[in-house]
Design a protein. Structure first.
Length: 641
């Protein structure tokens, strides 16, 4: 299978694949290089990606976006309370396991899907887009997530990938993936030896919903993330909200109404605000026109870049803290920084760039800032695959939270601390005389993982435990073992031919059984159930699409035949009876197609009708073609003489 790198964005996602010694961004069903991260539901099928987005305004209640902000979160998490204001008409429910679910009207029934399932639907869609476009099999995937994603969220993303039939080989931090892109594509990095100073680059990623900054040190073939800062709730959508609120107030004052109560009106204004914001990144002023906001009122206004800058001024200050946190965690000052690389769509806002330049350092955009994350992720996926050869590139990241572990004594101690590098392994020694549990907590003191260790000898033993912060930012226990020393005698013959005995020792490692469970990861049983359901839903969607295609094919052929018959074009090639038959079949099919039956029939019905007509029409078409070919041959022969 071809390695797949997925930049799972809150607004749009980018799909990259490693193939033919290259890393390519794959275009979607309408040839765009990024795809809206949207899932919607209709009376017959799901609308995912581009279709979801295009149907969103007429299908608000049954469309959900901001998927990456709800996956893996508890319903009662304070983050979710903050997130809620970005959802327009979404009907949330608290699921039995405390997670977030969403209710929809789908196929004329009320259904509930978990956030993990919704993300899985989107991942499945992305997989199918790539498979269709590249004709390659897609299985292994590296998914990019924000550096602040907790272990819980990472488990949820892995589960979503598995439900979509993918194999999540790595969960990678977005900025780290972009850094890997920088490291593999830049040709002028410092030499990789002890005496050469590394190039320190700050990456600033301001996306749709969140903002991260990381300091990375580069040498040829190597990158070390030295520090990371973030503001989970800062991005382009905050600018959109500021602009939208400005125009809502203007609209309400002008027409003495409250359009905030009307989700469609808010949606229309928000969409226009997003467009306006982008236009103002390149222009000093722009008009703001929205047709039929509500009650058939068309709204016209305008905004200058200066106005926009006043509206978002309070937001700008929020750029500082993450950037400074990243620097201080890296133990560097701004004059030790080679450059500040901007990625993420919202970093295109001119006053944001200016703010960073004025307070820190002139910014650069030398990477393809929309595609660097996906490409880096695909490279990392390819590196992990034994099937694909890539240039070696080493990188390390840093943990954003403390990892506290209890080794069965009821006491939690930090095994890794925030800011420490990973992947990393620590060897812990404990004395045990019975089976026990290793429990991992997150920084909120919630249990994330439990590792059951069995087979501990009752006489008591000194155990060695390997605790690993793995490349996906998850904590694992790759082995628990004890050592026994065995003495044995070795016989040798010395120079004089005498046998000499020496006592030697051998150390045995006895591995104990470790089984992992997490309240945040799905059980194998549940995973199998949801995978089967996703397979079923996607097959049903495909059938709806094929049925739609079969219907269109029939309709087109009806018009084609009607035209040929009525224009007498087929007259020289068919008998009266044949033409009459075609005419009769076509008229009957047309009547059926626009009846209640034909409007919504099974795929096989459309195909059968089509074949009934082509049995005759193809005959005539064939004859026409043959006669034309013969005529052209005769003509050539004549000219040749
Ligand atoms: P996140 O990183 O939060 O998950 P994302 O990766 O989907 O989101 P990006 O694609 O990096 O986000 O950026 C999308 C944001 O950038 C949107 O808010 C969009 O309006 C904004 N944006 C895109 N182009 C421009 C532009 N030219 N000027 C201003 N803002 C822009
Ligand atoms: Mg992003």
């Amino acid at each position: 299978s071809a390695p797949f790198g997925l930049d799972f964005g809150n607004d749009t996602s980018v799909f990259a694949v490693a193939r033919n010694r290259n890393i390519d961004v794959i275009v979607n069903d309408v040839s765009n290089r990024s795809t809206p991260s949207v899932v919607g539901f209709g009376p017959k099928n799901r609308y995912i990606g581009e279709t979801g987005k295009s149907k969103e305004s007429s299908n608000i209640k049954n469309t959900v976006s901001n998927l990456k902000r709800i996956i893996g979160l508890n319903y009662d998490d304070e983050d979710f309370q903050i997130e809620k204001k970005f959802f327009n008409k979404t009907k949330f429910v608290k699921l039995e396991d405390g997670k977030i679910g969403v209710q929809f009207r789908f196929k004329n029934e009320n259904v509930t899907f978990s956030a993990v399932q919704l993300a899985a639907m989107y991942f499945d869609h992305s997989k199918q887009i790539i498979e269709k476009e590249t004709k390659l099999v897609i299985k292994d995937v590296t998914i990019a997530v924000p550096s602040w994603y907790t272990q819980e969220q990472r488990y949820a993303v892995e589960d979503a990938a598995r439900i979509a039939g993918l194999n999540p080989v790595r969960i990678i931090n977005e900025i780290t993936a972009a850094g890997v892109s920088y490291g593999i594509f830049k040709q002028d990095l410092p030499a990789n030896d002890k005496d050469t100073e590394a190039r320190n680059v700050i990456f600033v990623d301001i996306g749709h919903s969140s903002y991260s900054a990381s300091v990375a040190a580069f040498k040829t073939g190597e990158m070390k993330i030295l520090g990371t800062g973030f503001e989970k709730h800062f991005g382009g959508r905050d600018f959109d909200m500021a602009i939208t609120n400005h125009f809502i107030d203007e609209f309400n004052a002008k027409y003495k109404v409250d359009c905030r109560e009307n989700p469609k009106a808010v949606y229309r204004l928000l969409t226009a605000a997003q467009k306006l914001k982008k236009v103002l990144s390149a222009n000093q002023a722009a008009p703001f026109n929205v047709e039929s906001v509500m009650d058939d009122i068309d709204f016209s206004s305008q905004l200058t870049r200066e106005d926009l800058e006043k509206l978002v001024e309070p937001l700008l200050q929020r750029v500082k803290v993450p950037l400074e946190n990243a620097l201080s965690q890296a133990n560097l000052t701004i004059d030790q920084i080679h450059s500040i690389e901007l990625i993420g769509g919202a970093s295109r806002v001119p006053c944001l760039k200016d703010f960073i330049a004025a307070n820190y350092k002139e910014t650069a955009r030398t990477l393809n800032s929309d595609e660097a994350i996906a490409k880096g992720a695909a490279f990392i996926c390819a590196s992990a695959s034994p099937m694909v050869r890539v240039r070696p590139f080493k990188y390390t990241d840093v943990l954003t939270g403390d990892v506290n572990v209890d080794f069965g004594d009821g006491e939690f101690n930090p095994v890794f601390t925030a800011g420490s590098p990973y992947p990393a392994t620590k060897l812990i020694t404990v004395n045990k005389n019975a089976d026990f549990k290793i429990t991992v907590q997150n920084s909120k003191n919630e249990v994330v993982s439990v590792f059951d260790v069995t087979g501990v000898p009752a006489e008591g033993v000194e155990l060695k435990i390997k605790v690993r912060a793995d490349p996906s930012g998850l904590i694992s226990v790759p082995s628990v073992y004890f050592e026994t020393v065995e003495e044995y005698e070795e016989e040798d013959v010395d120079e004089e031919g005498e046998t000499v005995k020496t006592t030697k020792t051998k150390t045995h490692e006895t591995q104990l059984k470790v089984s992992h469970s997490s309240p945040y990861a799905l059980t194998a049983e549940k995973l199998a159930e949801l995978t089967a359901l996703e397979l079923e839903l996607s097959a049903a969607d495909n059938l709806v699409m094929q049925t739609e295609d079969a219907k269109n094919t029939l309709e087109e052929h009806i018009y084609y035949c009607k035209d040929k018959v009525s224009s007498d074009e087929w007259k020289p090639y068919a008998s009266e009876a044949e033409l009459a038959k075609i005419k009769e079949l076509v008229e009957k099919a047309e009547e059926w197609l626009y009846s209640e039956d034909g409007e919504d029939a099974k795929k096989a019905k459309y195909v059968a009708k089509y074949e009934e007509i082509t049995r005759y029409s193809n005959l005539v078409k064939g004859r026409k073609k043959q006669q034309e070919q013969e005529a052209s041959l005769a003509k050539k022969e004549k000219e040749g003489k």
